[in-house]
Write a protein that binds this ligand. Structure first.
Ligand SMILES: Cc1cc2nc3c(=O)[nH]c(=O)nc-3n(C[C@H](O)[C@H](O)[C@H](O)COP(=O)(O)OP(=O)(O)OC[C@H]3O[C@@H](n4cnc5c(N)ncnc54)[C@H](O)[C@@H]3O)c2cc1C
Length: 275
């Protein structure tokens, strides 16, 4: 189909010295030194990059997540559908969007490109899709020529209409977005966009990018909390356990099917010095 929108994602910028910022933010919580002294040490290179990386890595394994809000990323996103944008803007904490307006932008007929899902092509319905969108383009263009304002002409535009974003998101929220949108339960287009965002961060700050995973990733929950059927269908199901398997272990131990606690165990916990 002609006039297909092409998704493009670029990490425009990120907070300067993100690892040092994260280190100082976390360190402030656990140190008798002030953040000023901590920064003096960082700037004098008294703390090695390895020390900074390993300290952050350890903190990221814990639930102490508010320092992650102090590192921010900016992305430019183009050629995604309005269907995607409806989903993206539901994220409301730690993220800020600017989106191309259908009120102020009058799409020229030759600029009115659309996003067509592969499934239409696979179903052999590409022609029908293209024909309908061609007709919509015509009606839209005629409405503008006839004096209908863009904010009203857009009422005929479909979910397939393309849009662009400039967005800012902090690391804590980006981790959360990856949790839910890299999961195969998420819709393909937003999953693809978030995968490209992850790739951009991995390229720019690999130490942080490697933590961006679906929620079942080993750096996140580590298991799948979706339905058993979804887990069975998921390609990651081969390498990530399902919650029912974890509960199975719990059930086995809690329901007396495993080895029961014996006198020797009670004697062991009665010791004054356990370690
Ligand atoms: C697979 C999938 C299917 C979906 N299907 C639907 C659907 O059918 N219909 C539909 O309407 N939406 C659907 N959604 C969207 C979903 O309901 C959320 O709107 C979307 O995921 C963003 O919400 P969030 O809580 O992650 O927001 P975020 O802003 O990303 O939240 C960030 C964190 O802050 C917490 N938080 C945010 N606001 C509050 C608050 N007010 N109080 C307490 N904690 C808060 C969140 O719980 C989360 O931990 C779907 C999402 C996914 C991933």
């Amino acid at each position: 189909m002609e006039n297909q929108a092409r998704m493009r994602v670029r990490l425009v910028d990120c907070a300067k010295a993100p690892l040092a910022k994260l280190y100082a933010a976390f360190r402030t919580c656990y140190s008798s030194e002030s953040p000023l002294e901590i920064w003096q040490k960082i700037e004098a290179e008294k703390i090695s990059p390895e020390r900074i990386r390993s300290f952050i890595g350890e903190r990221l394994k814990t639930g102490h997540s508010s320092p992650l809000e102090q590192v921010v990323f900016w992305f430019a996103v183009a050629g995604v559908s309005r269907s995607l944008s409806h989903q993206l803007v539901r994220h409301r904490v730690g993220i800020s969007f600017e989106q191309q307006s259908q009120r102020y932008v009058k799409f020229k007929r030759d600029r009115l490109i659309f996003v067509m899902p592969e499934s239409w092509r696979r179903a052999g319905l590409e022609g029908e899709f293209a024909g309908l969108l061609e007709r919509i383009s015509e009606v839209y263009g005629r409405a503008l020529e006839g004096g209908v304002p863009a904010e009203d002409a857009r009422f005929v535009l479909p979910n397939a209409a393309p849009t662009n974003f400039h967005l800012m998101v902090n690391f804590a929220e980006l981790l959360h977005i990856c949790d839910v949108r890299l999961c195969v339960r998420a819709q393909w287009e937003i999953r693809r966009m978030v995968a490209l965002m992850r790739a951009e961060v991995k390229r720019a700050v690999p130490e942080l990018g490697s933590f961006l995973q679906p929620k079942c990733g080993e750096s996140r929950m580590g298991y799948c909390d979706e339905s058993l059927e979804d887990w069975q269908r998921c390609p990651l199901g081969q390498v990530r356990p399902h919650k029912s398997q974890l509960f199975e272990l719990y059930e086995r131990h809690a329901s007396r099917k495993s080895r029961p606690l014996a006198d020797e165990h009670y004697r062991a916990v009665e010791q004054k010095e356990l370690l």
